[in-house]
Design a protein around this ligand. Structure first.
Ligand code: PMP
Length: 399
């Protein structure tokens, strides 16, 4: 991997070479993505979908080509199943809002899990208040693996949807979503997968998973901020009511009655961020040229290496020891407060995240207030892991 694609990685902070290990929060952007977006602003910029003029058609072509790139990336059947959103959070809110409005009533239930990000909890709670629906929560063991037996027992005549993370942003656990989807479908219940932490790290095939909805964010996979994707099976998107109203999503409008476009446009009210969709497509091409399997292998090796080296440290507690684990390591050392660890590592040029990681219910389950989290991307190196581990040792010595 050519790190020169990421000039920001050569920066120094506090006179130290930057070691960027906050990739689960957001990744850095390669030059090819920045160039593609700049090039479009400089040479093609025009609003999409409604112009007869040349530039508008060029911009529309780039925007719709991006949809096709996304379709191929997750192997959706059709571009009608690819809705552009602002990110995972908006994708989850869209489904929570439209699915509940369309198909749920008081007493109905949604199954989520203990390790969900707030963005897969709060949208359901907002709808719960509106419609009187209930949340059921899949528990986990101390390794951070979901209890599949309890999961199976949560289904009843009121279950309408399952919504779970593919990969936990705190524990790194890769949940057995294929099996979970099979179980849900046996009860005729559709499944939404939060892919914010999986799509950047390994190949996802929505047809093989057979998930009904899948969400991810561009900025966590080398693409721009403010753009993300909701995949939804066409049969669901056809039936679901619109999420927001405005231009682009209508077929005809009168004061008496409005008819809507078909998916995906039905869910894309207003001018889309067509520059960002082109940026996202460029990021996807960047990743697929490297190869998702190569990205996975590299990040798995880094995670294993870092875990092994971190275990050399006295008082090290790693949270999340699932057999199937991705490129995230959450930890605490002795009774050093995660904020202190994070702040002191920062002074050494090492960027990690500290706190509850938008997963307060998971922190409660673990009986802690927060952790320090290191998360890896395709550009990280073993040398950086060494700097990171030496950094933790230095901080630990100070306490
Ligand atoms: N789900 C998970 C598992 C995440 O890690 C994140 C980002 N931390 C989100 C959802 C929300 O993503 P975004 O902020 O890009 O909408």
């Amino acid at each position: 991997m050519n790190r020169n694609q990421f000039p920001i990685l050569s920066r120094e902070v506090y006179g130290k070479p930057l070691v960027y290990l906050d990739n689960a929060a957001t990744t850095q952007k390669p030059l090819c993505v920045l160039d593609a977006m700049r090039e479009e602003y400089l040479n093609v910029n025009a609003n999409v979908h409604r112009g007869v003029h040349w530039m508008s058609q060029q911009a529309t072509e780039l925007h719709e080509a991006a949809r096709e790139t996304v379709r191929k990336f997750i192997n959706a059947r059709s571009t009608a199943e690819i809705v552009f959103t602002r990110g995972t959070t908006e994708s989850l809110n869209l489904v929570a809002s439209s699915f509940c409005e369309g198909f749920m009533k008081a007493g109905d239930e949604v199954i989520i899990s203990t390790m969900e990000h707030h963005s897969n909890i709060v949208p359901w709670q907002l709808q719960a208040r509106r419609y009187g629906i209930k949340l059921r929560v899949i528990p986990m063991n101390d390794a951070g693996e979901l209890d599949m037996e309890v999961y199976q027992g949560l289904f009843n005549a009121h279950t309408r949807l399952v919504s779970v993370a593919h990969v936990s942003n705190v524990l790194g656990t890769v949940n057995p979503v294929e099996e979970m989807i099979r179980i849900a479908h046996a009860h005729d219940v559709p499944v939404m997968i939060d892919g914010a932490q999986s799509a950047p790290h390994f190949a996802v095939d929505v047809q093989q998973l057979d998930c009904d909805f899948f969400a991810f964010s561009g900025h966590k996979m080398y693409g721009p901020t403010g753009i993300g994707v909701l995949y939804g099976k066409e049969e669901w998107l056809e039936k679901m009511p619109p999420y927001q109203g405005g231009g682009e999503m209508i077929a005809t409008v009168s004061f008496e009655e409005t008819t809507f476009e078909r998916p995906p446009l039905k869910f894309e009210a207003g001018t889309p961020d067509y520059i960002a969709t082109h940026g996202l497509a460029t990021a996807i091409n960047f990743m697929t040229e490297i190869g998702m399997d190569n990205i996975r292998a590299h990040e798995q090796e880094l995670t294993r290496y870092a875990t092994r080296r971190m275990q050399e440290i006295d008082g090290m507690r790693i949270f999340g020891t699932a057999t199937n684990k991705d490129a995230v390591i959450s930890f605490l050392v002795g009774n050093i407060h995660p904020m202190d660890m994070g702040t002191l590592l920062d002074r050494l040029g090492i960027a990690v995240r500290t706190g509850h990681h938008c997963a307060e219910p998971l922190m409660n389950r673990l009986g802690i207030l927060g952790t320090v989290r290191a998360s890896f991307a395709l550009y990280n190196t073993k040398e950086e892991v060494d700097v990171f581990v030496d950094g933790i040792k230095r901080v630990a010595k100070m306490f």
